[in-house]
Design a protein around this ligand. Structure first.
Ligand code: IVH
Length: 678
C-alpha cells in the first residue's frame, strides 16, 4: 500500500487544499447557515478528498473525511480536567442580580461601572475541547466537574466543531475550548419526524437526547443526530496570549472557525444587563434553540482572574434563570393511567399547547388529592408549567369551564377491569399484576427502553400490538419473536422486522446493570441498578444477598432492600430470570467492588463431572464472584476440585496430587459459607 511518504507534493497540496475547502464549507453550512455551494458540489469535494487520501495513504484523524471513523469503543475512558469545570451561581430576580454585581465590583476594586458579556444560557450539555497545535486532540464531557469522559470520537462527528482551527501560528500551542453541545429546535423536530417514521417513537426533550448522543460508544449513533455547539469559554491555554476581554476572545474563536453565540452582547453596567435579560426572555420562544436563562460574565479577563472562584462556581459570572414557562390550556378529559407497577394515576388530557420547548397534551395530576387541592374539573382552563426536564405540571385553575365534569376515581382498573385497592395514603393500585395488559405493556416497554435492554425499534405502538395479540406475554417472549410474525404487525415491513430481530439479538449481550434495570424492580431505577451491579459483580451474589448485605450498597435503604428481596423471592420472577438467561441474555461478570477482599481471591478451582443443582456456568460465575479463578485442568497449582456426578480423570488426578476435593453438597455448603461472609 502507498504511504504518505510516497505521495507526490502536488497531491499533498491538493489534499491540504481540499481539507481546507471542505472545512470551510462545513462551517458555512452548519455553523453560519450560509452555504456557498450546492450539496452535490460539497459531496464531490469530499469524495475527491477521500479518494486521494485512500490512494496515497494520506488519511489523518484531523481530516474532515474522518468525522465518523473507527470502531465502537468498549467504554468511555475517564478524563481529568486540568481546570475544574464549574457550575454557575444563580440569580432569579433583579435583586439577586444586583447583589452579584455589587459584590463583583467590590472584589474588583473598581469604581466605574463594570462591563459584562451577556449570553443566552443554552440548555444543552457542557463539553471541553482540547486543541494541540491547532488540531482537535480530545473532547470530554463535564462529568462531575473534576473529571469527565473521553468523547473525542463523538465530538468529531459534530460539524460545528472544526477538527483544525483556522489560525496562524498555532504550532506549539494548546488551548481548551469549553461550550455547550445541544440539539436545536429545527434539528430536534426533524430528528423526531425521522425516528417517528422509522422507529415509531420520539425523543422527549432535546437536552437529554443530546446528553445521550454525546456519550455513545459508537460514533455512528452520534452522527445521526444534528448536534450543534456554541463555545462559551477558554479553559487551559499554553503558548499563546488571549485578548484582554471575553468579548474579544469570542471574536478570536469565531475567526478560528469555532461557533460562538451571535446572541451575546457587551453590556456597560447593571442596567444594561437587566435590559439584555428582559429582551432575551421576550425573544426566547423565537430562538432556534432552547435556553433557560442568560449568563452574565465580567468582560475583563484580568478581573475574572482577580475574582477567582469558590469550590463550585466562579465569582465573576452568574446565571440569570428564567422562570419556568407557563401557558394556559383547556382540560378536555381526565383519564386514569395504569403504571408499570399497577399504580393508577389521573392524567389530564389538554388541548395541546407548546410550552417549555415541547407540545404538551397530557399532564399528570399525581393523585386524587392533587385534583381536590386544585379544585379541578373537566372543562376548566388551567395554567400549565414546564421547565427543562420537568414533567408538565398543572399549576392552578385559571377559569372554570361552563360545563364542568367532576373527576372520580374508578372502582375497577380501566385497563383490565380488575379490582383496585388503596396503596398507602393517597395512591390506588390495580391488583392484577402482569395479567393486566396495561402493566404488561409497560413492563415490556420498560424492558426494551434505552437505559435497560436498549432494543431499538421496539416502540410503544408495536409493544401494544404484540401484547394485545398475545405474542408477547412476558419479556422473555421478546427473544422468541420471528421476523415473519413481526412483519405482520401494522407499520412493519420485512426490513424493519429484520432490523428489529437483529436489535433483539444484539440486546442479549448486555451488562448486569442494564439487566437489573430492565427487570423493573420497584424503586430500582438505572442508577440503583448500576450501583447493585458494581457492588455485587454478578447476579448470583445479588440473589443471595439478605437485606443487610443489600443495604451496604450506596443508595439502598431499608425500603429498597425490601423491594429487592421481595422481587427475588417471588418464584415467577425467578422463573422469568431463568427464561431470559435460557433465551441467551448474558452479561460479563465484573469485579464486585463492594465485597471487600474477596474470600477466594488468588485461588484456582477446577470443575469436573455434572452438577445436578446448577449449570456449570452458574458454578463458574459464583466462584468468580468470590474471587476464584476457574481453570480447565488440574495441576499442582490447583487449590480445589469440585467433583460432580461421573467425575473421571480430573478427580483421580486431584486425589493423586493431594488436592482438596468437594462433592456437590459440600460445594453448596462451601458457597454458602463464603457468600454469607461477604
Ligand atoms: S459559562 C464557570 N456560558 O450552564 C462556568 N455556561 O450552570 C462557565 N451554559 O455547566 C459556564 N450556556 O454547561 C456558560 N453561555 C454560557 C452557557 C453556559 C449554557 C451551561 C454550562 C454550565 C452550566 C452552568
Amino acid at each position: 500500500m502507498a504511504t504518505s511518504e510516497d505521495a507526490p507534493a502536488d497531491i499533498r497540496r491538493e489534499v491540504d487544499s481540499l481539507r481546507e475547502r471542505v472545512e470551510h464549507h462545513n462551517r458555512q453550512y452548519h455553523t453560519l447557515d450560509r452555504p456557498e455551494i450546492t450539496d452535490a458540489e460539497y459531496d464531490a469535494l469530499l469524495a475527491r478528498l477521500e479518494e486521494l487520501e485512500t490512494r496515497f495513504g494520506l488519511q489523518s484523524p484531523d481530516s474532515p473525511s474522518q468525522r465518523v471513523g473507527g470502531k465502537p469503543l468498549p467504554d468511555l475512558a475517564a478524563v481529568r480536567h486540568e481546570l475544574p469545570m464549574l457550575s454557575l451561581d444563580k440569580a432569579f430576580n433583579e435583586g439577586e442580580f444586583r447583589q452579584f454585581a455589587s459584590r463583583a465590583a467590590k472584589w474588583a476594586e473598581i469604581e466605574a461601572e463594570l462591563a459584562f458579556c451577556c449570553e443566552p444560557k443554552v440548555d444543552g450539555v457542557a463539553v471541553s475541547l482540547m486543541y494541540r497545535d491547532g488540531a482537535l486532540e480530545r473532547g470530554a464531557t463535564r462529568g462531575d466537574g473534576a473529571s469527565g469522559e473521553d468523547i473525542t470520537h463523538n465530538i468529531r462527528t459534530i460539524r460545528d466543531i472544526p477538527l483544525r482551527l483556522d489560525g496562524e501560528n498555532l504550532g506549539g500551542t494548546r488551548i481548551e475550548i469549553r461550550g455547550e453541545v445541544f440539539l436545536g429546535k429545527p434539528g430536534f423536530a426533524a430528528l423526531n419526524a425521522r425516528v417517528r417514521e422509522e422507529e415509531g417513537r420520539t425523543y422527549i426533550n432535546p437536552r437529554n437526547t443530546a446528553a445521550g448522543a454525546i456519550r455513545q460508544l459508537d460514533p455512528r449513533n452520534t452522527a445521526r443526530l444534528p448536534l450543534e455547539m456554541f463555545c462559551y469559554s477558554v479553559g487551559v491555554f499554553e503558548g499563546l496570549t488571549l485578548p484582554p476581554t471575553l468579548f474579544e476572545t469570542f471574536s478570536l474563536l469565531d475567526a478560528w472557525g469555532l461557533a460562538t453565540n451571535p446572541g451575546r452582547r457587551l453590556c456597560a453596567g447593571v442596567d444594561d444587563c437587566l435590559t439584555y435579560c428582559r429582551e432575551l426572555l421576550e425573544k426566547r420562544s423565537g430562538l432556534d434553540y432552547e435556553i433557560d436563562g442568560a449568563v452574565i460574565k465580567l468582560n475583563r479577563l484580568d478581573l475574572q482572574r482577580k475574582l477567582g472562584q469558590t469550590a463550585r462556581s466562579p465569582r465573576w459570572a452568574v446565571a440569570w434563570k428564567f422562570p419556568a414557562e407557563e401557558k394556559s390550556a383547556k382540560v378536555l378529559a381526565v383519564d386514569f393511567q395504569v403504571g408499570r407497577t399497577g399504580t393508577i394515576t389521573p392524567v389530564a388530557r389538554l388541548d395541546p399547547v407548546f410550552v417549555g420547548g415541547v407540545t404538551v397534551s397530557n399532564a399528570t395530576l399525581h393523585n386524587m388529592d392533587e385534583i381536590a387541592k386544585l379544585g379541578l374539573c373537566v372543562g376548566d382552563t388551567v395554567v400549565v408549567r414546564r421547565a427543562g426536564d420537568v414533567i408538565p405540571q398543572i399549576v392552578q385553575v385559571l377559569k372554570q369551564g361552563e360545563e364542568r365534569g367532576e373527576v372520580a376515581m374508578p372502582t375497577a382498573c380501566p385497563a383490565c377491569g380488575s379490582p383496585i385497592e388503596p396503596d398507602g395514603e393517597i395512591q390506588f393500585r390495580c391488583t392484577a399484576g402482569l395479567i393486566c395488559p396495561a402493566q404488561r405493556r409497560q413492563a415490556v416497554g420498560h424492558f426494551a427502553s434505552r437505559a435497560a435492554m436498549d432494543i431499538e425499534g421496539l416502540g410503544e405502538k408495536l409493544i401494544g400490538q404484540l401484547v394485545d395479540s398475545g405474542k408477547v406475554r412476558t419479556v422473555a417472549d421478546i427473544y422468541r419473536l420471528q421476523a415473519e410474525e413481526l412483519a405482520e404487525c401494522e407499520r412493519m415491513g420485512p426490513k424493519s422486522a429484520a432490523n428489529l430481530v437483529a436489535a433483539i439479538a444484539k440486546s442479549r449481550q448486555t451488562s448486569l446493570g442494564r439487566f437489573l434495570a430492565a427487570l423493573g424492580i420497584r424503586e430500582v431505577g438505572d442508577a440503583t441498578a448500576a450501583a447493585l451491579a458494581d457492588h455485587f459483580g454478578d447476579l448470583d451474589p445479588l440473589l443471595q444477598a439478605d437485606a443487610e448485605a443489600l443495604m451496604a450498597v450506596p443508595d439502598v435503604g431499608e425500603i429498597v432492600a425490601e423491594r429487592i428481596r421481595d422481587f427475588f423471592s417471588n418464584p415467577d420472577n425467578l422463573a422469568l430470570i431463568a427464561a431470559l438467561r435460557e433465551a441467551g441474555v448474558n452479561w460479563p461478570a465484573q469485579e464486585p467492588r463492594g465485597l471487600g477482599e474477596k474470600p477466594l481471591a488468588g485461588q484456582t478451582f477446577v470443575l469436573t463431572g455434572t452438577l445436578a443443582g446448577m449449570t456449570r456456568n452458574d458454578a463458574k460465575s459464583r466462584l468468580a464472584a468470590l474471587g476464584a479463578k476457574v481453570a480447565g485442568s488440574v495441576s499442582k497449582r490447583t487449590d480445589c476440585v469440585i467433583a460432580g456426578e461421573n467425575a473421571g480423570s480430573k478427580l483421580a488426578k486431584a486425589q493423586e496430587l493431594g488436592i482438596r476435593t468437594l462433592d456437590e453438597p459440600a460445594f453448596i455448603d462451601f458457597l454458602q459459607q463464603h457468600s454469607g461472609g461477604a
